[in-house]
Design a protein around this ligand. Structure first.
Ligand code: NDP
Length: 433
């Protein structure tokens, strides 16, 4: 704590991992001898830089940019960029730390990193976003490369931002290095199913978890928080699997739509018009816009928090249990507070932690890198099949690891131990570096 003052979310993420890897450390004294825990908690490199840019009225703004290159034992640093006013070093470190284990769980050759800025793209014109992205990349480019560090999107960084970032990287370096960023548009080197991957992947994971308890999505009411990239494609896949999503949200409130969310309308409001969620309720009979209350009060059998960290607390967990919730799948990173996780698991809920359940996004990014390296592009169907196989595999590995270490059904322990062991083995093999 003294070494990383004020980095509250980073402390939370580290504590959550350290609490569950004890059995793996006991079984492998060589990990302790090599001080793997201490080394894994210290980023290999952290970069902080100034991002000056000019708005449409000629006013100058100064934001702060970050890239934390956390661990490259398994491959080049890989992890998204977040543009959100709350971003600070502790946020990026928590996300980068989670990313190490998540990427390890995919079984693909990618290390862990994360980055971003306290820039807020909401309400900014396309030109302003472009100027910001160009200034951000003018500093970041020197740290990137397809064999070094490969960013993607995260909150506030979608197709528009990635296009501007890639355009600027190409311009500075005079290289069409497709593999340097993932989540690119299909027309300039992107991959099918990357946009959908985190939401689809989380739904595939929860589907497996439901099957493990003899259930399915079919006919169940589901609540998804957020209405961004992860939330929208979670809603799409849940609907395809027969579930009914009855609520979703943004930071201004939530919509309750008992007949089931109209996905086309939601995409129009959020992806095309970039409006607030209230606009959805205005155009949908029977849907209600609610502010000042928690979306987790809406009764559901399955909850899929897909907005931001610590958005589901102990009171929310109790409300979910009261309403008969049987499964929670974290589409977002660390959306459930530690106390809420405990309440849910003690209440018999199947709980899928983000580092396993939302790994589909980074897995599809690694598949995009494969396609870029081989100058190939796969079909939507083939890409979705690969994603599904990867998510089933992650589920099964977490499930089996939890059984092996005597905590059956505990996906938190399964994910932490499974991811940790893989990174630790690679770090041992590479020596003291
Ligand atoms: P987006 O920016 O596309 O969407 C974020 C959504 O969350 C928006 O609807 C936003 O609303 C909402 N939100 C933000 N803060 C709050 C809050 N305090 N209360 C309620 N709603 C809120 O981001 P993504 O969908 O890409 O990311 C969502 C989560 O998923 C993050 O935790 C991210 O790290 C994680 N994730 C994303 C991956 C990806 O591939 N994109 C991969 C793995 C994890 P508003 O517009 O009002 O801010």
């Amino acid at each position: 704590l003294a070494r990383n003052p004020g980095e509250v979310e980073f402390h939370q993420a580290v504590q959550e991992v350290l609490e569950s890897i004890g059995p793996a450390v006991d079984k492998h004294p060589e990990y302790a001898d090599a001080r793997i825990v201490e080394r894994i908690c210290e980023p290999e490199r952290q970069i902080i830089f100034r991002v000056p840019w000019e708005d449409d009225h000629g006013e100058i703004h100064i934001n702060r940019g970050f890239r934390v290159e956390f661990n490259s034992a398994l491959g080049p640093y890989k992890g998204g960029l977040r543009f959100h006013p709350t971003v600070m070093l502790g946020t990026v470190k928590f996300l980068g730390f989670e990313q190490i284990f998540k990427n390890a769980l995919t079984g693909l050759p990618i290390g862990g990193g994360k980055g971003g800025s306290d820039f807020d793209p909401r309400g900014r014109s396309d030109r302003e976003v472009m100027r910001f992205c160009q200034s951000f990349m003018l500093e970041l480019y020197r740290h990137l490369g397809e064999y070094t560090d490969v960013p993607a999107g995260d909150m506030g960084v979608g197709g528009r931002e990635l296009g501007y970032l890639f355009g600027q990287y190409k311009r500075i370096t005079n290289r069409y290095e497709s593999g340097v960023l993932t989540g690119k548009g299909l027309i300039y080197g992107g991959a099918q199913v990357r946009k959908e991957a985190t939401g689809y992947g989380c739904t595939f994971f929860v589907d497996q978890m439901l099957r493990a308890r003899g259930e399915s999505f079919d006919g169940k009411d589901v609540v998804v928080s957020g209405s961004g990239n992860v939330a929208i494609y979670t809603i799409e896949k849940v609907q395809q699997l027969g579930g009914r999503v009855v609520a979703c949200s943004d930071s201004s409130g939530f919509v309750h739509d008992p007949k089931g969310i109209d996905l086309e309308l939601l995409k129009e409001v959020k992806e095309v018009r970039r409006e607030r969620i209230a606009a959805y309720a205005e155009q949908r009979a029977n849907a209600e816009f609610v502010t000042g209350r928690s979306v987790w009060e809406v009764p559901c059998a399955v909850a899929m928090p897909s907005a931001t960290q610590n958005e589901l607390d102990e009171d929310d967990a109790r409300a979910l249990l009261r309403n008969g919730c049987i499964a929670v799948g974290e589409g977002a990173n660390m959306p459930t507070t530690p106390g809420a996780v405990r309440i849910l698991m003690e209440g018999g809920v199947s709980f899928a932690p983000g580092k396993a359940a939302n790994a589909g996004g980074v897995a599809a990014s690694a598949l995009e890198m494969q396609q870029n390296a081989s100058r190939d592009s796969w079909t939507f169907e083939y890409s979705e099949t690969r994603l599904r196989e990867i998510m089933v595999d992650i589920h099964d590995r977490c499930y089996a690891t939890a059984e092996e270490y005597g905590v059956p059904g505990n996906y938190v322990a399964g994910a932490n131990i499974g991811g940790y062991a893989r990174v630790a083995e690679a770090m041992l093999a590479l020596g003291l570096i």
